[in-house]
Structures are given as structure tokens and as C-alpha cells.
Design a protein around this ligand. Structure first.
Ligand code: ARG
Length: 279
């Protein structure tokens, strides 16, 4: 039996410079539970969260990416999870409309930042959606999660507004309540994902669209290893996802491990803290 190499020898992955929006977790806390990771009794420390978040921001800057900041608002402990604030594609902003009342005020706060920072086309969504938590943008398609937070009607609303095909994927495991906890794009044409998070039909869709996908196991998914950010070459990823980190390296990617263990107490990782601004 011959073992195929994970990638063509000599293949070089190329990084594209990204522009991210982040929110420093000054008011971070776990005061309510809207996903199975959150336990208000466990205690979360804003100081530790800020220090870890600074590590994430420094990693992006070291990779040459641009990072803009939105001011955190007191009383919105989950506002650090910027990915949920909107979906920005081709300079158009599809606004978030949060599922849980605890986070409702974040949608308008992110929309306001967009208007004040040069994004004139901001759509106030009619349908419930949690931004890039459930919408992941590839070159030709936007993958969209549903099942826990984002309404399927929002997938159609986003497709119509952005003029990109949106493919619905159904999430079935409450630990992976947002699409970005179960899947991340590897550049514009491939993805990595944990199959156990998806319904059988959605798994079949992923197999058809991405026959060369990197498949992650439950151990890596359970430390939010799929909540990663890839720029085409570098993958900023939770350090505990050791198996997935090895696999990524074997496929020619450059893992950049970070420690966001404090933010994981709210069910978040590197991608949750990161909203991409696509001009
Ligand atoms: N506590 C937050 C919530 O449940 C975490 C959001 C994480 N964000 C993400 N993009 N997955 O809404």
C-alpha cells in the first residue's frame, strides 16, 4: 500500500492580508448561560480574558493583518465575540439580529460602528442571525449555519442582499451552536470541519462541495479547535487542538496556536473574537 502525501510536495500556501474588527473584553463575564459552555457559577476573569485576547490581537498583527477596534460596552459581556456582530462582504454589511435578549443591543452597536467607519450600505436584518458566527464566506459560496441561532430565512435574506450563493447547513450538537464552532474556511476554496456537528444531509453536502476537506475529530472540536482563522496559509487556532494542528501542518498550513481558555468559558475561541471586514 502506498501512503499518499497530504499535499503535493512543493505546494506553497499563500497568505492574504486581512482586515479584522475586534472588541477588547474589558467587561467580559459569564453572568448568563445561552450555550452549554457557559456556567455562571464557574467564574470567569475579565483580566485574564483581556490578557489572552491581547495575545490573539498580537498574533494577527505579527502576521501582517490589520486590526480595528470597537469600544466595549458595559453590561454586554459577550460583546468580545465580534464575529457575531455582522457579516461584511464586498463592503456591504448584513447586520446581526441576535437570538437571545441578553445580546440584542450588540447588533445596533456593531451596525453603528460600521456606519461611522466608512460602510454606507448596512442592512438592518429582518431575520434572526448572528453574523459570522453562522455565515462563513468562501470565494464562490457563503456557508450558513442554522439549528440553534440563525434562522434559515436569514440565509435567504443574506443571499439576496449580498448576491452570493448561500448554502444552508444544519447544526445538531448544542456544543457547536454556531457554524464557526464546527467549521472554518481554509482560504477561499476548502474547509476544515467536525462532521459530528452536522445533520446527515448537511454532512453529505459538505462531502460533495469539499472532497478534500480536512476532517477534525471530536477531541479537537471539544476544545473549540474548529473556531480558527485561516488567512490562506497561517491558521490561528486554540493551542489545545493538538491533533488538528498536526494535520494542518501535514497539509502545508502554518498553525499559530493561541490560548483563549478564559473566553472558552463563554463558548468562544479565536474566530468568535474576530469579524472580517471584506472591502
Ligand atoms: N457566549 C456567546 C454566545 O453564546 C459566545 C459566542 C461565540 N461566538 C461565535 N462566533 N461562536 O452567544
Amino acid at each position: 500500500m502506498t501512503v499518499m502525501p497530504a499535499m503535493e510536495p512543493g505546494t506553497v500556501r499563500t497568505a492574504l492580508r486581512r482586515h479584522f474588527l475586534m472588541c477588547r473584553p474589558e467587561h467580559f463575564a459569564v453572568t448568563y448561560a445561552i450555550n452549554p459552555w457557559m456556567d455562571p457559577a464557574a467564574g470567569a476573569d475579565a483580566g485574564r480574558a483581556v490578557a489572552q485576547w491581547e495575545g490573539l490581537r498580537a498574533a494577527y498583527l505579527a502576521l501582517g493583518h490589520e486590526v480595528s477596534l470597537i469600544d466595549p460596552i458595559e453590561g454586554l459581556p459577550d460583546m468580545v465575540f465580534a464575529a457575531n456582530g455582522a457579516l461584511v462582504v464586498g463592503g456591504r454589511v448584513y447586520g446581526a439580529k441576535f437570538t437571545h435578549p441578553e445580546r440584542h443591543a450588540e447588533g445596533p452597536a456593531y451596525a453603528k460602528w460600521m456606519r461611522e467607519n466608512g460602510f454606507s450600505e448596512v442592512l438592518e436584518a429582518r431575520h434572526t442571525n448572528e453574523g459570522e458566527g453562522d455565515f462563513l464566506t468562501l470565494d464562490d459560496v457563503i456557508l450558513a449555519g442554522t439549528g440553534f441561532r440563525t434562522d434559515i430565512a436569514a440565509h435567504q435574506e443574506a443571499q439576496e442582499f449580498l448576491g452570493r450563493p448561500v448554502v444552508t447547513l444544519r447544526l445538531v450538537d448544542p456544543r457547536f451552536y454556531h457554524l464557526d464552532t464546527a467549521l472554518f474556511p481554509l482560504g477561499g476554496r476548502n474547509v476544515a470541519y467536525y462532521p459530528g456537528a452536522f445533520s446527515p444531509g448537511s454532512r453529505a453536502v459538505l462531502e460533495r462541495l469539499f472532497p478534500d476537506a480536512i476532517i477534525a475529530g471530536e477531541d479537537d472540536a471539544a476544545v473549540l479547535g474548529l473556531n480558527a482563522v485561516c488567512d490562506g496559509r497561517n491558521v490561528v487556532i486554540n493551542a489545545e487542538a493538538t491533533g488538528l494542528i498536526r494535520t494542518l501542518r501535514a497539509h502545508g498550513y502554518e498553525p499559530v496556536p493561541v490560548d483563549l481558555s478564559e473566553l472558552r468559558k463563554a463558548g468562544g475561541g479565536p474566530k468568535c473574537c474576530t469579524l472580517e471586514l471584506r472591502g
